[in-house]
Design a protein around this ligand. Sequence first.
Ligand SMILES: Nc1ncnc2c1ncn2[C@@H]1O[C@H](COP(=O)(O)OP(=O)(O)O)[C@@H](O)[C@H]1O
Ligand SMILES: [Mg+2]
Length: 255
Amino acid sequence: MIEIHNIHKSFDGKKVLDGISGVFETGKTNLLLGASGTGKSVLLKCIVGLVKPDIGSVTFDGTYFTNNKLDIRQEIRRKIGMLFQGSALFDSMTVEENVEFPLKMLSHMPKSERMDRVNFCLQRVGLENANKKMPSELSGGMKKRVGIARAIAPNCTYLFCDEPNSGLDPLTALKIDALIAEITEEYNITTIVVTHDMNSVIEIGEKIMFLYEGKKIWEGSRDNILDAEVPELKEFIFANRLMRDAKKVEKGAAK
Ligand SMILES: Nc1ncnc2c1ncn2[C@@H]1O[C@H](COP(=O)(O)OP(=O)(O)O)[C@@H](O)[C@H]1O
Ligand SMILES: [Mg+2]
């Protein structure tokens, strides 16, 4: 479980995060939802420690992270897998080398054990025959899969994904969402997915925080998000025509 408490962050006097608190549950895909520019990526970076909050704190399974001693922060960092926006694979490395990279950096595993783990992770994301391919030979969906394999290779306890399905076609996007949700449940990971995509909400939104102008203004799940009475959230959801139509169908069915 990851807890954040009263996170504030400004850049050059401009407030980006305005006192966000909340809990991200273990074994669940926790979504950070909101329009572009609302501070989702900045919040994720504050949680991982890539950006230091001006005020506020983050704890990982009860261990205080922000401002703690370097060795304690490093210990937690080692347990974090991260899937960056745009996959961020190393272009000059093969798929296999990309997935092996964090194991080389973070573990003392011998080569044979590393390769076993690489093969296991590639298989888990459905890429068993891609070891020797270069990133440039892969489709967008395959790159995301490699990114996920690399993130989970060191047996992560926490998994952070920033817009994992941006740039993908809708069907591939659904598959990537489903893969992240499956892996989260299977390995009991605390996963946080940043998204602005209502499809993700409907597919994997067990626990959702909605951010608006640096504040968390709603929290819930896919089961109650369509009934939320928060104007900013309604506007966000129903900006999408499909969602407006779905709501009409639902209302019609209820009559
Ligand atoms: N390092 C930075 N320096 C200055 N401004 C930043 C920095 N990172 C993010 N911002 C600003 O913070 C706001 C929120 O950004 P971001 O978290 O990336 O939004 P999103 O919700 O789309 O992920 C934006 O206005 C962005 O320009
Ligand atoms: Mg972002």
